[in-house]
Ligand binder design. Structure first.
Ligand code: FAD
Length: 290
C-alpha cells in the first residue's frame, strides 16, 4: 500500500489549516472505509491523511426535547446512530438505512459524514436525511455555513464542499405531527452490498389520519445524485392514502427517475422497482404515521 503521513489535528482550525498547507496532496479521513479502499486500489494517492477523529463530535444523535431538532455529529458512526433509541423510535426511516449499511464491523467505524461527503449515488445515509430535510453544518477557512442537504450533492463523487471544508454536523428539523417514514435498500443481497436502488418515503397525515398532508419521496441510484420525486409528491399531497394512490405515486416516481444500466442492475428493472418500492415504503410510512 502507498505510504502517507498521518496527521492528527486537535481542533477544527488546525485541520483546516493543515489542509490549506498541503492542498491537493492532503485528504481528510474519518472512518477510512472509503478512503483506505481507494488508496489500496490506487484510485486515491494522498501524501497526507488528516484525521478528523479527535475534533468532530462522536456523541450519539441528540434530540433537543424543547425544539424537537435532532443533531448528529458528522463523525458519528452508523452503528452509533443505529443503537440510539430516539432514532429507532422517532426517526425509523433513518434507522432503516443505517442499520443495513455494510456489516456490523463496517458500521462500527464508518461515519455518516464520510458517507455523505463520499457522495456516491448509492450512499444509503443520504436518502432518509434528505426526506427529513436535514441541514448540513460546514466549517472552513471562511468560518461556518449551513447548506440544505438536498442541494449538497452535485454529481457522482462531488458535493458542495469547497477545498478544505469539513462537514461538522447534520441537523434534522422537528417532525410534523402524525409523521411516519420508511427506507428500503434493494439489492441482490441484504448485507455487504451497495444498493441497486434505495427508496425513502416520509409521510405526514391530516387529523383524519387518512389524508396526506405532506410527503417527501427520495430515491438513491436512480440518478447521478439522490433524486427527490417532486411530481409524485405533488400528486399525493391532499389525497387519501390508499393502495391505488400509492401505486400511482410509484408510477410517477418511476417516470421521474433517471435510472441506467450498471453492473448491479439494468435500467428497465430498476424503473419497475421504483414503482414497487415507493408503494411499499408509502404503505410502511402510513402504518408508522398512524
Ligand atoms: C465492505 C464495505 C461495505 C459497504 N457498504 C455500504 C452500504 O451498504 N451502504 C453505503 O452507503 N456505503 C457502504 N460502504 C461505504 C462506506 O462504508 C460508507 O460510505 C461510509 O459511511 C464512509 O464513511 P467513513 O467514515 O469510512 O469515510 P472515509 O473513508 O473516512 O471518508 C470518505 C470521504 O469523505 C471525506 N470525509 C469524511 N468525513 C468528512 C467530513 N466530516 N468532512 C469532510 N470530508 C470528510 C474523506 O476525505 C473521503 O473523501 C461500504 C464500504 C465497505 C468497505
Amino acid at each position: 500500500m502507498r505510504k502517507f503521513t498521518y496527521l492528527v489535528p486537535k481542533t477544527l482550525d488546525e485541520a483546516v489549516s493543515l489542509h490549506e498547507s498541503y492542498g491537493e496532496k492532503a485528504k481528510y479521513i474519518a472512518g477510512g472505509t472509503d478512503v483506505l479502499v481507494k488508496i489500496k486500489e490506487g484510485k486515491m494517492k494522498p501524501d497526507y491523511l488528516i484525521s478528523l477523529k479527535h475534533i468532530l463530535d462522536q456523541e450519539r444523535p441528540l434530540l433537543n426535547h424543547e425544539s424537537g431538532e435532532l443533531s448528529i455529529g458528522a463523525f458519528t458512526t452508523h452503528r452509533s446512530i443505529e443503537k440510539t433509541s430516539t432514532v429507532r423510535q422517532n426517526f425509523p426511516i433513518l434507522h432503516d438505512a443505517v442499520s443495513n449499511i455494510g456489516s456490523v464491523q463496517i458500521r462500527n467505524v464508518a461515519t455518516i459524514g464520510g458517507n455523505l461527503v463520499n457522495a456516491v449515488p448509492s450512499a444509503d445515509g443520504a436518502i432518509p436525511l434528505i426526506t427529513l430535510d436535514a441541514k448540513a453544518h460546514i466549517y472552513g477557512t471562511k468560518g461556518q455555513r449551513k447548506a440544505e442537504l438536498r442541494r449538497f450533492f452535485l454529481g457522482p463523487g462531488q458535493c458542495d464542499l469547497d477545498r478544505g471544508e469539513i462537514l461538522t454536523k447534520l441537523v434534522i428539523p422537528p417532525l410534523d405531527a402524525r409523521t411516519g417514514g420508511a427506507y428500503v435498500k434493494h439489492g441482490r443481497r441484504s448485507a455487504m452490498e451497495l444498493p441497486m436502488l434505495g427508496a425513502g418515503v416520509l409521510l405526514s397525515l391530516e387529523e383524519d389520519m387518512a389524508t396526506c398532508a405532506k410527503v417527501r419521496i427520495c430515491l438513491g441510484v436512480a440518478a447521478p445524485t439522490p433524486l427527490r420525486c417532486i411530481q409524485a409528491e405533488k400528486y399525493l399531497a391532499g389525497k387519501a392514502i390508499t393502495e391505488s394512490s400509492l401505486l400511482e405515486a410509484g408510477k410517477i416516481a418511476a417516470e421521474e427517475s433517471k435510472v441506467r444500466d450498471s453492473i448491479r442492475g439494468v435500467a428497465w428493472y430498476r424503473r419497475e422497482m421504483v414503482g414497487v418500492l415507493v408503494k411499499r415504503m408509502g404503505i410502511k410510512a402510513f402504518e408508522r404515521a398512524k
